[in-house]
Design a protein around this ligand. Sequence first.
Ligand SMILES: *Cc1c(COP(=O)(O)O)cnc(C)c1O
Length: 403
Amino acid sequence: MDNQLLISLTEKYGSPLYVYDAEKIVSQYNRITEAFSSVKSLKLNYAVKANSTISLLKLFNKLKSGIDTVSIQEVKLGLEAGFSPENIIFTPNGVSLQEIELAANLGVQINIDNLSILEQFGYHYPNTPVCVRINPHIMAGGNSKISVGHIDSKFGISIHQVPHIKRVVENTGMRINGIHMHTGSDILDIDVFMAATEILFNAAKEFKHLDFIDLGSGFKVPYKEGDISTNIEELGEKLSKRFNLFCKNYGGNLTLMFEPGKFLVSEAGKFLAHVNVVKQTTSTVFASIDSGFNHLIRPMMYDSYHHIQNISNPKGRERYYSIVGYICESDTFGSNRRITEIREGDVLCFNNAGAYCFSMASNYNSRYKPAEVLLYNGSDYLIRKRETIDDLLKNQVIIDLDL
Ligand SMILES: *Cc1c(COP(=O)(O)O)cnc(C)c1O
């Protein structure tokens, strides 16, 4: 995205601002489908929690993607965006049976991650097929830290409990139509992922009426220079072969599913903010922007790195800065960053702002959530308005106690 264009968007729509490049989203989507083109039936379900803005969901619907949802509210947003229920999978964790029933009644594919709910759901709805989320518990090498779905994780039903799942199926007469894992960890090492997949295939053989195998996500994108990212082409080649062989042995063509969030939208997004104040202290130079962790919480919450550039002065002399927000507590986007000279009024651009950025924004300090803009084919489209004071007031029931 061109610097001048981004600056002009902040003039047109105000600051701070989220901007997404539709073409980048489409090309990331196509990279996965091409990498797995030798699989007869492939289905991608975009993970809505990465960014749930309806216009982006509609874009995924156009691409023939399905969606992966983790709350009944995400299911409803998906329906609002035009997804048919069979293209929605509901993969919640720790929600009530009632919430799962609501989703099932809407015709959505249910994915259950604990034995208690599986048993209750199977007892009440033996005719609704469900997918089960398995925790493969795999460690790469002896004492390696690269664990995939580790033993203490709260997610999924332990691979060691497959006999118990089968007993529930027998007792209730329910059908398991899918096997799922989402390790949550970044796929850096393709062999580790292949090993986890092997464990899942082994479990899948135990169920005779499967329609699909869902390998979740974990596709990693680079956040900073030198970051390792998932080599999706290599993974596609290895895994497609293995999956096709599995289908042959299983005796039918199953659908291979993935549910990427970050991989599809992270790099497509930029976050733009203006510098309000440049402040020299005894130890550093702070640049304070017209935003804070209320708009982009990943650095404060996960220690995530988001690359920051001064797009108003890209050729300036480089200096070291701490980029901070305007929230009234520690609110740091990046410490000791080498950035071209920052002047008050400059526009800073944050990379990888498409995933888990707007969707985690809040109104803390009574600030408005930013606007969002989608770029496609040389045009810019406002897809979410900046909030106003009405948004802060709309659910408040104002009473005035007679003291
Ligand atoms: C969050 C989530 C995803 C997406 O993970 P990414 O790292 O963004 O690709 C996929 N599946 C489930 C069940 C999730 O909770």
